[in-house]
Design a protein around this ligand. Structure first.
Ligand code: SF4
Ligand code: SF4
Length: 372
């Protein structure tokens, strides 16, 4: 027998190696995904709520700027949701003393509420409620429509850049961390602290050239790169990301049901390789559920508690997966519970005499940070 014949004989005797993975069967979702519609409705509701709060706060400020004349409205305490640093300071004050602070207590209640959301539902605050997050999302989606795609920074640049938000957070935490309860109280009671909300309004009303250029640049970058501000710079998102590590509800993939099409990873605005992971622990996950919406395979991807032990994916997810409606319900429950608790215990409003506002608001622009 020649060498060639021997090789042919050998090839014929080789047994086929059984495939390691059984072939996966694609089963399409029975019901259409409604997560994105639900999320966009919640985003619009919160944008409108913030627009209303901003307008009422503007009218309230103008009343005092005009020397207590003109349209008089009450001060909307919800505006303190825009004072996250006051929220952090007041939370520390509460932890140290056990007392609710008198100045900007709503900032603290809202901060605690948003942190609670992160502990339970990842950074759902960022993609469901935050007006800045909603605006960022609008910008990158507009950018993708205009330019056909969004830019992705190379990994060697993206990774260290993501650390910037932790640096900013570290800066605030280190300053607040060394302050005693008395120092925190004294800071809030300074003229600057009392009208920190008015100062923030004035920042946007009388925007300087430098600030306008920086904001313009951020808008441009947010159009080109998905969630530029949230991903790289937002310290609020950074602290929520850390809290979200505790969340029992996560995006979870069932390897048996998944057909490895990769649509989920492609849809993820946080650039997480969802199709390669079993559960998403990443601090960048905002629970936006874009990946779940992109996945058309039944029971492959869920925003869920840890699955049960069972033979089939459907049984594993039974009463573990959260529907978009359930996510809305949990967010609304936490938000309303915190606000109602603060209101009924009379800790929602900053109660200062009108004379203080008459004196401080017209000269708010001249008030400088006590540390300067
Ligand atoms: S993993 Fe899913 S839920 Fe998390 S950010 Fe990405 S797309 Fe959104
Ligand atoms: S979208 Fe992701 S989870 Fe769904 S089947 Fe494809 S790879 Fe699997």
């Amino acid at each position: 027998m020649c060498a060639v014949e021997k090789q042919i004989m050998a090839a014929k005797t080789i047994q086929p190696i059984p495939s390691a993975q059984p072939k996966k069967i694609f089963i399409r979702h029975a019901a259409p995904d409604r997560s994105q519609r639900a999320r966009h409705i919640v985003q619009v509701v919160f944008l409108l709520l913030n627009a209303w709060l901003g307008f009422q706060f503007y009218l309230w400020t103008r009343y005092f700027e005009r020397g207590a004349s003109g349209i008089r409205v009450s001060r909307p305490p919800g505006i303190e949701g825009w004072l996250p640093i006051a929220g952090l300071m007041n939370t520390k004050y509460l932890l140290l003393t056990g007392h609710v602070p008198q100045i900007h207590p709503a900032a603290m209640f809202l901060f605690i509420g948003f942190m609670l959301m992160s502990v339970l539902l990842k950074k759902a605050f960022c993609s469901w409620l935050c007006p800045v997050g909603a605006f960022s999302e609008f910008l990158w989606k507009a950018g993708r429509r205009i330019f056909g795609r969004n830019l992705r920074l190379p990994r060697w640049f993206d990774f260290p850049l993501r650390g910037l938000k932790y640096l900013l957070l570290g800066l605030f935490v280190s300053v607040i961390g060394v302050m005693s309860a008395a120092a925190l109280q004294d800071f809030m009671a300074t003229p600057y602290g009392l009208v920190a909300d008015v100062k923030m309004l004035n920042f946007f009303r009388n925007i300087g050239l430098t600030a306008a250029v920086v904001i313009g640049l951020l808008i441009l970058l947010s159009t080109l790169i998905q969630n530029f501000w949230c991903r790289y710079l937002c310290p609020y998102g950074a602290i929520m990301g850390l809290a979200s590590l505790l969340s029992p509800v996560k995006i979870r993939r069932d390897q048996q049901a998944c057909i490895d099409c990769g649509k989920c990873a492609k849809a993820c605005p946080a650039q997480i390789p969802v199709d390669k992971l079993v559960q998403i622990r990443s601090v960048e996950c905002t629970a936006c559920m874009e990946c779940v919406a992109a996945c058309s395979t039944q029971d492959a991807l869920q925003f869920a508690l840890p699955p049960r032990r069972a033979d089939t994916p459907a049984d594993r997810w039974r009463r573990r997966a959260l529907t978009p409606l359930a996510v809305c319900g949990v967010l609304a429950y936490i938000f309303l519970a915190v606000v109602l608790f603060a209101r009924t215990t009379n800790h929602w409003q900053t109660n200062l005499p009108q004379s203080v506002y008459i004196q401080l608001i017209p000269r708010a622009n001249q008030l400088t940070h006590p540390g300067m």
